[in-house]
Design a binder for this molecule. Structure first.
Ligand code: NAP
Ligand code: GLV
Length: 317
């Protein structure tokens, strides 16, 4: 039986680190970069490894044995949901997970330790201490407690924070997890810092709206609530987030992802006090790690086995 070749469609990413990483591990297997090496692929058997590559690659190369997202999110593969028999893989790896844990921990501490206040005071040359709550008095609510949300929650618990979450069906992942619309309201009412780590699906689209921000607790020792978004911007009603920050419903935010990326240069969020923006860098995909995980699954396909962690595009994640 022929070995399975690799088509890499890295979309907006610099293709060369990906070529290098795949070629270093692929032996005699062909590695084809799409569209950089041309759109013709003469391999009999191949998989496609893609990141925001657009739909055309799947229209032109329509016989892949599997498609892999080169990140954790699979929203960019939604066009393949109509092919239920096509195996879909994604990155699910300790390296990416730890990067997200770092980011969410940093963002939580940035808000909890009121760093935006001290940055403003430093710029004005003022020595201006404010009352500091203990971590054990601060409640973190995490929307989405999958691979990333669970790891972030467990780490924050170790720092002493009170952690709870919200998910579609999970109920306990080392901390309490709420479900359904009523469960969401219950979680929000006991949350000081809200973290979004939901995938972008039809169901999560716009789920974080004005009502969500208004339902957050305002009676905690942390003061007015704050928001961290490292999942996807599409989960948030952007105008509601802007209004909540402008009107003081939220005291601050750390935002890595946006419905429109790059965030337009005239967006008011760029200059709002108490808002820290990063350009979708919370948990980057490391080529060597991604290649190792994909090849592991390619070996499984060659042995007639299913992918280790298949994604169900029918439910969207
Ligand atoms: P995952 O393992 O698939 O977990 C998804 C979580 O969301 C699960 O807990 C799931 O509930 C929950 N969920 C899905 N749909 C829901 C709904 N309609 N209502 C309530 N909960 C729902 O995903 P992951 O690996 O943790 O990654 C999460 C997301 O992070 C990715 O999809 C991606 O968008 C984003 N991400 C961002 C970056 C970055 O750099 N900013 C990097 C990597 C990933 P169940 O537990 O009940 O299934
Ligand atoms: C990044 O956003 C990812 O989904 O891996």
């Amino acid at each position: 039986m022929n070995t399975i070749d690799i088509v890499v469609a890295p979309g907006p990413w610099d293709p060369e680190p990906w070529r290098k990483a795949f070629e270093a591990r692929c032996g005699t297997r062909k590695v084809h970069l799409w569209p950089h090496d041309g759109e013709e692929v003469d391999s009999e058997r191949y998989v496609i490894c893609a990141w925001k590559a657009g739909e055309q690659v799947f229209e032109v190369l329509n016989r892949p044995e599997a498609v892999f997202s080169m990140g954790a999110g699979v929203d960019h593969l939604a066009c393949l949901a109509s092919q239920p028999n096509l195996p879909i893989g994604r990155i699910r790896d300790p390296d990416l997970t730890m990067r997200m844990v770092e980011y969410v921990t940093f963002a939580t501490l940035y808000l909890h330790r009121q760093i935006a206040h001290y940055q403003a005071e430093q710029a004005a040359g003022r020595w201006a201490p404010v009352t500091q709550a203990a971590a054990s008095d601060v409640r973190i609510g995490i929307l989405g407690v999958g691979v990333l949300g669970k790891a972030c929650g467990l780490f924050l618990q170790q720092l002493g924070f009170q952690v709870a979450g919200w998910a579609r069906s999970s109920t306990e992942v080392g901390f309490k997890v709420f479900n359904g619309r009523e469960g969401l309201v219950e979680l929000l009412q006991q949350t000081d810092i809200l973290v979004n780590l939901l995938p972008n699906t039809q169901e999560t689209h716009g789920v974080i709206d004005r009502q969500v921000f208004e339902n957050l607790s305002r009676s905690g020792k942390q003061g007015a609530p704050a928001f961290i978004n490292a999942g996807r911007g599409e989960a948030v009603i952007h105008a509601d987030l802007q209004a909540a920050l402008r009107e003081g419903t939220l005291s601050g935010a750390v935002l890595d992802v946006f419905g429109v990326e790059p965030l337009p240069s005239d967006d008011p969020l760029w200059s709002m006090p108490g808002v820290l923006l990063t350009p979708h860098v919370a948990a980057d995909s490391e080529p060597d790690v991604v290649v190792g995980q994909i090849l592991h699954d390619v070996f499984r396909l060659e042995a007639g086995q299913p992918l280790e962690h298949p994604v169900d595009l029918g439910r969207g994640y």
